[in-house]
Unconditional design. Structure first.
Length: 290
């Protein structure tokens, strides 16, 4: 599989279900991922994000239909990982190696690795290629891992809480570098996180999980028209609640209600309409099933 067909989805998942004994860790998950998409995989700890990622990586079996580059992850993992990479918050780089040794090793095992490109990425950091990986700070290790992955020219990159525990400067640098790489070719990203505000501005699409089930699946552009915040006073709160808001919050006598699929014209008769954040929607969908 030397070339990827970028005109069709890289990932196609239909009715993916994963059970441990009698408990369903994933239930009936369907989505696709194409070139140019940045999918936010959102959910609190235990929602099923990591289980879904491990299924995509071929580490878990599942029922349903799953194909990546028209291959089955469990059967064709070796071919798939030439074009798909994974970064998590866990330290997975070989600590005993130097950065230079890691580059040489990757050159020998990954057919798409470009050492010159890696050196260009590292030149933008404070990482010394003669340093042992175990001596690097957590932020530098994350930068190193990202540089390594970007230098393999993969088409799909999956990130599982990649900036967990990093300070603001490293997080900002990480995502800026990532998105510059993303814009250079036929690529797609899956970013799993429970820090919604941190990644919201990067996303084209969102998949929100709770207890292994999808509670929200949409493009970011559609969310702007589907969800609305309404602010009303005591006088109109009864009428507003009759329109079945997802959530209702009250502060200092002012009510703030979040609606899904209700016409703005109806809401405007009762109070002030405002734009809401992805974090607002995320919390509302989590509370809805609570």
């Amino acid at each position: 599989m030397s070339n990827i067909n970028c005109d069709e989805p890289f990932i196609k998942a239909q009715h993916i279900t994963k059970s441990y004994h009698d408990k369903k860790a994933l239930e009936n998950i369907s989505f696709s991922l194409s070139s140019g998409q940045v999918l936010g995989l959102l959910g609190h700890n235990g929602a099923g994000k990591s289980t879904l990622i491990k299924t995509l990586l071929g580490m878990h079996s599942c029922t349903g239909t799953l194909s990546i580059f028209n291959l089955t992850p469990e059967k064709s993992r070796e071919k798939i990982v030439k074009h798909l990479a994974y970064i998590s918050d866990a330290e997975s780089l070989p600590e005993w190696m130097t950065v230079k040794q890691l580059m040489a090793y990757t050159m020998g095992v990954h057919p798409r690795f470009e050492q010159q490109k890696m050196q260009q990425y590292l030149a933008q950091t404070k990482i010394n290629i003669n340093s042992k990986i175990k001596t690097l700070s957590k932020g530098m290790k994350v930068q190193l891992h990202l540089a390594l992955v970007m230098s393999t020219n993969v088409n799909v990159l999956i990130l599982d809480e990649p900036t967990l525990g990093l300070d603001l400067m490293y997080r900002s640098t990480f995502y800026r570098t990532l998105m510059a790489w993303f814009s250079e070719g036929d690529r797609a990203l899956i970013i799993a996180s429970h820090e919604v505000n941190e990644i919201a501005h990067l996303l084209t699409d969102v998949l929100v999980l709770k207890n292994g089930q999808v509670v929200l699946q949409a493009s970011l552009s559609s969310l702007e028209t589907e969800f609305t915040i309404l602010s009303v006073n005591e006088e109109n709160i009864v009428a507003a609640k009759q329109l079945k808001p997802l959530t209702v919050n009250c502060q200092l006598g002012q009510y703030r209600l979040l609606f899904e699929g209700v016409e703005n014209a109806k809401l405007a008769l009762l109070g002030d309409i405002s734009q809401l954040s992805l974090a607002d929607i995320f919390l509302a969908k989590q509370q809805e099933m609570a």
